[in-house]
Design a protein around this ligand. Structure first.
Ligand SMILES: Cc1ncc(COP(=O)(O)O)c(C=O)c1O
Length: 475
């Protein structure tokens, strides 16, 4: 209660904490308490000195040797999450493809590892398509998506012979047909559909308006297109099997309608990504409001997130129900996970630059990375560890700020951390999804990336230099 300024605020907060404890009591151990998660939940360990280790490598020492800010990828954890996802589905269904969503973490060294494990590529821009081809991914292992496909991007896709292009708006039909004619190919296409649940807005074509069926009719009439796929992507960080079941049921019913009405048979049913992870959660509405008002979040334990096997059980059972006459006609199921695979396999090391006394018992710390490299922390709760003080008790609630000389440069608030000192290294967990693509050059270069594999560390992306930042400028 030491953060409180007035009796009225104290009363409100007391009530909120009451609700929080009632909630814990009602749901007991069946809830996940993110704040209680330990390093082993990310495949890490702690040595007797209290240093956080990734495959035996001391993270604080890696930070000192390579310099911070620094991303560290744990290859073993990456393999574990990839195989848990892939095998969950592949052990229940004969034709499964896992297409890693490039945009989630477009670090070539990470993507290359995932391809070596068996992932195919899901790309949403011409750059990502170029990158996949540069990495030696065979074109028929590339899936092209996205609401904003450029003429040049489509041409590259058709010319190189990608597996399938998922059409996001009807105008793409003519464009792809013309390109396929020019290059003398029969291009496989799917349609990204909008169901009654999940993202819509700028994405896809609605089933319920009849426009998606109309798109398939138009595809059917084109000589250079083979309409054979249906694509869905519901959102991100979803921790609920029911949302997938609802949307997929609608897709399966619609695939039947399309076959009846147009004769097109769906070879690929692509259910997108969006699968949440147990170690990250969106700020609840309540916590967002509390922090906005300078109050500590409740961080109420949430429901136990589904495991890949839970999704796989529900989805494959549902699909089989729609294809009762044996495996010969089963469509290939495609999944495009990003977060579910890379989130927990990468962390971000930041260093303490300065410590200041705060108000009402909260301590302030300035780190050498802020909003420029920690964007998702603005809306998600991530665990943060003091990398060389793992055995020390929590000393205070800390507000963590970046170096950007901007009032909005808040990394995290009310973090329960031990006594910190200048030079300490903090590890921001789950920095493997949407951190790298959301980086910006706000007064600073972007960090390098080290991969730890088999207990050995290797730089897979150099720190950006000052010269890199201005390389394209004409001085
Ligand atoms: C089409 C598509 N597929 C896959 C993904 C990956 O999503 P996630 O990281 O939530 O699995 C996204 C992300 O927005 C997407 O837009």
């Amino acid at each position: 209660m030491k953060f409180l300024s007035s009796p009225k605020t104290a009363l409100k907060l007391g009530l909120l904490h009451g609700i929080h404890h009632l909630d814990r009591w009602r749901h007991g151990n069946r809830r996940v308490d993110l704040i209680a998660m330990a390093e082993r939940d990310w495949g890490l360990t702690t040595d007797p000195r209290g240093h956080l280790l990734v495959q035996g490598c001391d993270l604080a020492e890696l930070g000192r040797r390579y310099g911070t800010p620094l991303y560290v990828v744990n290859r073993e954890q990456l393999a574990q999450t990839y195989h848990a996802f892939h095998d969950g589905f592949a052990s229940r269904y004969p034709q499964v493809e896992v297409a890693y969503s490039y945009k989630t973490n477009p670090v070539p060294g990470v993507i290359r590892e995932l391809h070596a494990m068996g992932a195919i590529a899901e790309v949403i821009s011409e750059f990502e398509l170029w990158l996949a081809l540069q990495l030696g991914v065979p074109p028929d292992r590339i899936i092209v998506n996205g609401p904003g496909k450029t003429p040049a991007g489509l041409e590259r896709a058709v010319k190189s012979g990608v597996r399938i292009i998922n059409i996001d708006n009807p105008a793409e039909i003519d464009a792809i047909d013309a390109l396929a004619a020019r290059h003398g190919v029969l291009q496989k296409v799917g349609v990204r559909v909008i169901t009654s649940v999940g993202w819509s807005s700028q994405f896809g074509i609605r089933i319920d308006s009849g426009k998606a069926l109309e798109a398939f009719r138009r595809i059917r009439a084109r000589t250079n297109l083979a309409g054979c796929g249906m694509h869905l992507h519901l959102g991100t960080g979803i921790q609920d099997v029911g949302t997938y079941v609802q949307a997929i049921r609608e897709v399966l019913e619609f695939a039947g309608v399309v076959q009846r009405e147009t004769g097109l048979v769906m070879e690929y049913l692509d259910f997108g990504g969006g699968f949440g992870v147990p170690t990250v959660r969106h700020h609840s509405v309540m916590d967002g409001k509390l922090m906005l008002n300078g109050l500590p979040p409740l961080l109420a334990p949430g429901p136990v997130p589904p495991a890949p096997t839970d999704y796989a059980d529900a989805i494959t059972t549902l699909v089989r129900r729609f294809y009762p006459d044996g495996t010969a006609r089963l469509p290939t199921l495609v999944f495009e996970p990003g977060r579910a695979i890379s989130s927990s396999a990468q962390l971000l090391l930041l260093e303490v630059l300065a410590i200041k006394d705060g108000r009402r018992g909260v301590r302030n710390v300035i780190l050498n990375g802020g909003k420029n490299i920690t964007m998702p922390l603005g809306y998600e709760f991530h665990r943060i560890f003091a990398a060389s003080r793992m055995r020390e008790p929590v000393a205070a609630a800390w507000h963590l700020f970046g170096p950007l000389c901007h009032p909005g440069d808040i990394v995290a608030q009310f973090e329960p951390l031990p006594e910190l000192a200048v030079g300490d290294v903090l590890a921001i967990m789950d920095a493997g999804a949407y951190f790298v693509p959301n980086q910006m050059n706000f007064s600073n270069p972007r960090p390098g990336v080290v991969m730890v594999s088999d207990g050995r560390d290797q730089l897979i992306r150099e720190h950006e230099s000052f010269e890199d930042i201005v390389r394209r400028d004409r001085l």
